[in-house]
Design a protein around this ligand. Structure first.
Ligand code: GUN
Length: 288
């Protein structure tokens, strides 16, 4: 945690990730000694989306760092739904593969839900399968979506308790908005979810003790939308002319927040660290 000039403290996702990855590395070494093989993660990338290529590359690098074996599958843009599902079925029955990840978005977005439903829930290290999403809703021990799990770790790292706080989530995606709302609720926050049809958003954000922003709009949240002393988590990854911007105007938000995540270096590294953690959990039978 470092103090920045404007008085809010930076939540350093890179440093927290490095700490957690160190402990995951030790656990993966124990697994390898016990089972005579490395924990395995299969990553499927369909098409040429430049951002997805970077994310997949970072996931494969993280596997090396924590001692996991990665199996990368690069399919062409035109790969059919049937081909992708057949690959998933093969990986489902491969005992060296503990986790399976299909990088989103797929070129054909309308196929996503059906394709993801073929990943064995016990290998669904993204937590996107309906069984795992349902278990999260019911509060059962689970393979939980990586970005939301990482956000909870980032908030807890501040030492600020989530219990009883008003947490406001901007965005209702299946990947971030909905699951983080469930996790905050499980941690005894009072949760409000805002989305593109919400009226007078800033009236609501100004009430947030914890503000999680995942709407994919460059610097949408400005300083005047933030309550003094709020914890602000910026999930945005908006690439404009090769530069990465968050969903929060960092400069302005820093003047109001008590703690804030930077972009890059906040949520991003934690998402990948939680993926490594889920893969180890799946290998140990925790995803069943
Ligand atoms: N695309 C953006 N975020 C994610 C993620 O967490 N997992 C996958 N599979 N695709 C993504």
């Amino acid at each position: 945690m470092s103090e920045n000039l404007n008085c809010s403290k930076l939540i350093d996702g890179k440093a927290l990730s490095a700490e957690i990855r160190q402990s995951l590395k030790s656990r993966s070494e124990v697994f390898e000694k016990s089972f005579g093989r490395k924990v395995g993660l299969a990553v499927i990338l369909v098409g040429e989306d430049p951002a997805s290529k970077i994310y997949v590359g970072n996931k494969i690098k993280a596997c090396e760092e924590v001692g996991l074996k990665s199996f990368a599958y690069y399919l062409p843009e035109g790969a059919s739904k049937k081909e992708i599902i057949e690959l998933i079925e093969t990986l489902n029955s491969d005992s060296c593969v503990d986790g399976i990840l299909v990088q989103l978005p797929l070129p054909n977005k309308s196929d996503e839900s059906e394709i993801l439903s073929h990943v064995l829930p016990s290998k669904d290290v993204d937590g996107f399968h309906a069984v795992n999403a349902g278990n999260l809703l019911l509060g059962n021990e689970n393979l939980t979506a990586c970005t939301p799990s990482g956000i909870i770790e980032l908030i807890k790292s501040t030492g600020i308790s989530i219990e009883g706080k008003h947490a406001v989530v901007l965005g209702r995606s299946n990947i971030v908005g909905k699951p983080i709302a469930m996790l905050l609720l499980q941690n005894d926050a009072t949760v409000t979810v805002c989305h593109s049809k919400t009226r007078n958003i800033s009236d609501i954000t100004k009430q947030a003790d914890i503000l999680v922003v995942a709407i994919g709009k460059k610097e949408f949240v400005t300083g005047d939308m933030i309550k003094k002393g709020a914890v602000v988590i910026d999930v945005g990854m908006n690439r404009v002319d090769g530069k990465l911007y968050g969903d929060v105007n960092f400069e302005q938000a820093s003047k109001h927040a008590s703690y804030i995540t930077p972009v890059p270096g906040g949520v991003g590294p934690m998402t990948i660290t939680m993926l490594m953690s889920n893969t180890l959990k799946a290998a140990m039978g925790g995803g069943k």
